[in-house]
Design a protein around this ligand. Sequence first.
Ligand code: GLU
Length: 305
Amino acid sequence: MEELLEQLLEDCRHYTAQGKLANYIPELTKGNINDLGIYVVRSDGRHYQAGDYNKQFSIQSIVKPILLLLGLMDNGVDYVRSKIGVEATGKPFDAINVTDQQLLSDHLNPMVNMGAIAMCTLVKGADYQERFQRLLELTRLLAGNPDIQVDEAVYLSEKRTGNKNRALAFLLKSSGMIDDNVEQVLDCYFRACSIKVSCKDLANIGFALTNRGKMLQTDERLFPSQYARYVNAILMTCGMYDGSGDFAVKVGVPAKSGVGGGIMAVVPTRMGIGIFSPGLDDKGNSLAGIKVLERLSQRMYLSIF
Ligand code: GLU
């Protein structure tokens, strides 16, 4: 398996430089476009890795499924569903034109920015610091890594330049869909996106979703399997933004990308996969990362379809 991963990285290495580093968050332009790594955790407990699997990068939108999970753990399915819809938007991650009519909860999706910003308000906590801390703790638990921290430089960079996200948050506020102080909600969102992870962390988080809430090492159940079904279904339909249909056809497993260059893939009952390559395609998905996943899916018959 390790040989296969090495081979796939070799075959796809030339794609890394064809992508572009995200530049709307200035700190992300400091990434190395040539990085490429993969980590796979299988249901028998074995794990395999290749390339730059140890490098750290900001989780960015891959925090959205964790945020959704925490929202579900705090409020249950019915309440979350009543506040934030589940339809694929077919739009870019930061789309503002989700509807020409009045904005409704059904226009939101937890895997795109506006829905994820709204999701921050559903997390329980005395204040937004506590809410974020709970999200960080859940991320550490799912990844089995108590050392996960925030990348302060990315957080500050995103907070300084995140005016599109501010616009989305104010739109939510003006539509009566969030009540709280917009800057506090956004601060939680920006911090969430700036959590630093590696391919191994993403593979472990993905594994918890494939295993429907049960942790590999301890067999402890962290969340009900119903929540994994909910999250995985939305990952399948909207996890790769407006590239989700193409990804479903070519790879065929629930997955989430982030503009930091990470992809977390969830192969139901079989494996969690973490990939990193910071060069992005025009949809904001890791270009070489998708190529590696396409080949891995073909070689190992991963598609669920
Ligand atoms: N922090 C990024 C933003 O909100 C996340 C986008 C992404 O990873 O797709 O713009």
